[in-house]
Design a protein around this ligand. Structure first.
Ligand code: AMP
Length: 221
């Protein structure tokens, strides 16, 4: 099964994508995580992407396209994937359609996480990310068992530099201008469902699973 998660920063895409990937036994492909790996490894792509990420704007489409083609060339995507953070604009959605058509694949479902601005700000300002595995926690909503330590891998937690207030404002602006039109793009394909995303992460996950079960009879979860 091939699933896209849409939604503004802070809607819970990363958390839901990871949980869904574990539940459906599918790879989780996050362009944000892939970019952060490149930045921390100091790769050529990481060096080019870092400034855009620090400013809270989109990394140029061509760079992301190359990174995505490389990721899609790995065998694990043959059984499906959960795509998180891509596409981020209409041009990327068209690129994805082309890449998948060449691989004789198509998107099965698109989940749009609908969160209000006040919840987004509250989530991002308290978010703690693991530098090793990318797992997200929250200082008050979802604290780790041991202070500043990842429950999953024991890695060190930190505040993402793009979760600072000024950058969050810019990322939301970019979301409304460039990414929000994707809702209409996928609504037209009749594969999209919007899920309320202000509440508890576990309830959100059950709503997503319910939507997927209704659309795909064969889904066993
Ligand atoms: P995320 O972890 O998805 O919030 O992404 C963090 C940052 O990485 C974004 O603010 C962008 O600068 C960059 N980024 C992630 N995915 C994309 C994408 N599909 N296109 C362009 N930039 C991206």
């Amino acid at each position: 099964m091939r699933i896209i998660l849409l939604g503004p920063p802070g809607a819970g895409k990363g958390t839901q994508a990871k949980a869904l990937a574990a539940r459906l036994e599918l790879p989780h492909i996050s362009t944000g995580d892939l970019l952060r790996q490149n930045v921390s490894q100091g790769s050529a792509l990481g060096k080019q992407a870092q400034d855009f990420m620090n400013r809270g704007v989109l990394v140029p489409d061509e760079l992301i396209k190359e990174m995505l083609i490389e990721r899609f060339s790995r065998p694990d995507v043959q059984c499906g994937f959960i795509l998180d953070g891509y596409p981020r604009n209409i041009n990327q959605a068209q690129t994805l359609d082309e890449i998948l058509a060449r691989m004789k694949m198509d998107i099965d479902s698109v989940v749009n996480l609908n969160a209000s601005e006040s919840v987004i700000i509250q989530r991002l300002s308290g978010r703690l990310a693991c530098g090793s595995c990318g797992m997200n926690f929250h200082a008050t909503n979802m604290p780790p068992k041991k202070a500043m330590t990842c429950d999953a891998c024991g890695g060190k937690l930190h505040q993402r530099s793009d979760d600072k207030e000024e950058t969050v404002k810019k990322r939301l602006e970019v979301y409304h201008k460039e990414s929000a039109p994707l809702i209409e793009y996928y609504r037209r394909t009749k594969k999209l469902n919007s899920i309320p995303a202000d509440g508890d992460a576990k309830i959100m996950l059950e709503k997503i699973v319910q939507f997927l079960k209704e659309r795909h009879d064969s889904l066993k979860v």
